[in-house]
Every structure is written in structure tokens, then in C-alpha cells.
Write a protein that binds this ligand. Structure first.
Ligand code: HEC
Length: 190
């Protein structure tokens, strides 16, 4: 009797060990992607210095209107007014299934953090950009290149910035950054 119990106990223990080993083996059945690669993919690219292209800052009303539209709107779906010439509300993007889909274009929504002439419900995380030309450009406190770089990649000026990164992330292209910068430094007095 005693011996029988011993045998049974040993058998139970052995099967417990076996299932533990099996459980441990199961991890091999999972897909274990290298997390560091995923983090790398999602991480922002390094802070990048840019040189403002020739003819970047302009007083052309059409171009400034585009900059203004990007500054005040979140995306093509939320934007109410018709976009100015040269700017679209929706862009066509190829999905994973290969089908072309219409996606609302992402704008700057700079008003979430900055006040400026005509802003509605502007946030105050970033400095007020009202009267920027008179206050910063005319006084030579800032220049166009600074404004361009700030919008393109704010980390060059402030590594701990809370501002969105726009050119390094390819959220906007160079021309669009120039349009936004032109709007900020424009004389808005009427
Ligand atoms: C999440 C908040 C946030 C958003 C969104 C944001 N900014 Fe900023 N911005 C800041 C902060 C904070 C600063 C102050 C400097 C810094 O920390 O980088 C700043 C600084 C600036 C400056 C420099 C002002 C100066 O002369 O010192 C400019 C120009 C500017 N932002 C433009 C923009 C534009 C254009 C957009 C939209 C494309 C935008 N910002 C979106 C937070 C923001």
C-alpha cells in the first residue's frame, strides 16, 4: 500500500515536471519579434538642421493663405472652409490591400498651442505669435531661418521642446513649411 502511494506520488510529480517543461517549451511556439527594432521604427529620427531653401519666405497672398490654413486647422475632415488654392482636404493613399483610399490631409493645428491673429480658442502651451513680425523680425530678435527651422524641427533650438516635429517626420514638405513660416512672419495689419 505504502509503496503504491509512493509510486502514484512520484508519477504525479513527474507529470507536473513534464507539463512545466512543456509549458516552458511553448514559448518557442510564440512569435517573439525583437521589440528593440519596433521601438527603433517608431522613434523619432534624430534632430535635423535644415537650411531654408531659396525663395522660401514670400509675401505672395496665395502662399500665405495656405500657411494660414495649415496653422488654424487640424485636418481635412475637421476643416470647415474650402482650402486655398494649392491645398487639398483629402489625399489618396494606397492601403495594405492595395486599394487607393481617400484620407483627410493632416494640417498643423498650431492653434492648439499658439495664439495668433484671428485664432479661435487658441492654447497657450507655446508662445503667442500675435504681432510676430513687429516684435521679433523687425527687431532682429529672430530671423526667417529661425522660424523655418523651428517649424521644421524644433529640437535644434530646444532639445526638450514640446512642439510637433514637422519636416523630419515628413508631416509637411519643405514648401509647406515655407508657407507656414511666411504666414507667421507676414505683416498681418490691415
Ligand atoms: C504641443 C504644442 C505645440 C504645437 C502643436 C506647436 N507648437 Fe510651436 N512652440 C511650442 C512651444 C512650447 C514653443 C516654445 C519653444 C520650444 O519649447 O520649443 C514653440 C515655439 C514656436 C515658435 C518660435 C517662437 C519664437 O520666436 O520663440 C514658432 C515660430 C512656432 N512655435 C510655430 C509653430 C507652428 C507653425 C506650429 C504648427 C505647425 C506649432 N508651432 C505647433 C509648442 C507648440
Amino acid at each position: 500500500m505504502q509503496r503504491k502511494i509512493k509510486v502514484i506520488t512520484t508519477a504525479v510529480m513527474l507529470s507536473a515536471v513534464a507539463s512545466f517543461v512543456n509549458a516552458a517549451d511553448l514559448t518557442k511556439a510564440y512569435e517573439m519579434p525583437d521589440a528593440s527594432k519596433m521601438i527603433e521604427k517608431d522613434a523619432l529620427a534624430k534632430p535635423t538642421k535644415y537650411t531654408m531653401p531659396k525663395g522660401c519666405i514670400s509675401t505672395d497672398a496665395e502662399l500665405i493663405a495656405r500657411g494660414e490654413y495649415i496653422f488654424h486647422n487640424l485636418n481635412g475632415k475637421k476643416a470647415k472652409k474650402t482650402p486655398p488654392k494649392g491645398l487639398v482636404k483629402f489625399i489618396e493613399k494606397k492601403g495594405k490591400d492595395g486599394k487607393v483610399k481617400k484620407k483627410p490631409k493632416q494640417y498643423g493645428n498650431c492653434v492648439a498651442c499658439h495664439n495668433i491673429e484671428g485664432a479661435k480658442g487658441a492654447g497657450n502651451i507655446g508662445p503667442d505669435l500675435t504681432g510676430y513680425k513687429a516684435m521679433f523680425i523687425d527687431t532682429k530678435t529672430r530671423d526667417n531661418q529661425f522660424v523655418f527651422q523651428k517649424i521644421a524641427d524644433a529640437r535644434i533650438d530646444n532639445p526638450k521642446t514640446h512642439m510637433t516635429i514637422n519636416l523630419t517626420t515628413k508631416l509637411f514638405n519643405e514648401r509647406e513649411i515655407c508657407d507656414i513660416a511666411s504666414y507667421i512672419v507676414a505683416d498681418k495689419k490691415k
